[in-house]
Design a protein around this ligand. Structure first.
Ligand SMILES: N[C@@H](CCC(=O)N[C@@H](CS)C(=O)NCC(=O)O)C(=O)O
Length: 207
């Protein structure tokens, strides 16, 4: 099985986290978005990463690829046969990908992608806007959501929902933009729990 993309992308990291959690080894071909690698572009018409192939099966989108890996492995990570659990996991993925990820984009680009990948300086004014205005409402919402549950997001049991939140908190960790413990204790303790998983450490080593 081959994964195309770079682990700086939270969506590529999501698939890596799933693979590590399931003990699946993926061959990775490091291509940035819009690479003209012909195999990558055949699969990813939009040029977005990640793309994936398993023999003749070719997939795009981190959600679809993750679902494929989890179902192939006959794992319950996606909520098993329980409709409520499955639905709640989808809800967490929407929050993580659609609300949290966009709020983190600017600070991640400025503090990680520009200096590390592009050799460009960080624009601190963009970082300030992200830290002061974009992130606090989303951290506030996440803190409230986390206060309700147990150790893990859905029924206190580890699931794919934890992996999707984990990949985006990894962006915050890499960008030194995690929220502070006094205002957001539930986020910080949840982050410590995901950090203690071997899959999270393995994923972080590849970044
Ligand atoms: N919904 C997609 C999002 C993928 C995505 O936006 N990837 C970014 C890199 S983090 C990308 O390739 N951006 C280039 C573009 O949007 O043209 C997924 O989950 O895979």
């Amino acid at each position: 099985m081959t994964l195309y993309g770079v682990p700086l992308s939270p969506f590529v990291r999501k698939v890596l986290l799933v693979a590590h959690e399931l003990d699946i080894t993926l061959d990775t071909i490091e291509v940035p978005p819009h690479s003209d690698d012909p195999d990558f572009r055949r699969i990813s018409v939009t040029g977005r990463i990640p793309a994936f192939s398993d023999g003749s099966i070719e997939l795009v989108d981190s959600s679809g690829i993750s679902r494929y890996l989890i179902m192939q492995a006959d794992s319950d990570l996606m909520g098993g046969q329980d409709p409520r659990r499955q639905a709640q996991i989808v809800g967490w993925e929407r929050f993580a990908d659609d609300d949290l990820a966009p709020a983190l984009t600017d600070v991640f680009i400025e503090r990680v992608v520009k200096p590390v990948r592009l050799g460009q300086p960080t624009d601190e004014s963009v970082v300030e806007v992200a830290l002061q205005r974009k992130l606090p409402p989303v951290w506030g919402r996440l803190e409230r959501l986390l206060t309700v549950g147990g150790a893990w997001l859905v029924d206190g049991e580890f699931s794919y929902a934890d992996l999707v939140l984990g990949t985006h908190l990894a962006s915050a960790e890499l960008a030194r933009a995690l929220p502070n413990e006094s205002d957001y204790p539930s986020i910080v303790s949840w982050h410590r729990r995901i950090q203690s998983r071997a899959a999270y450490s393995s994923m972080m080593e590849s970044v």
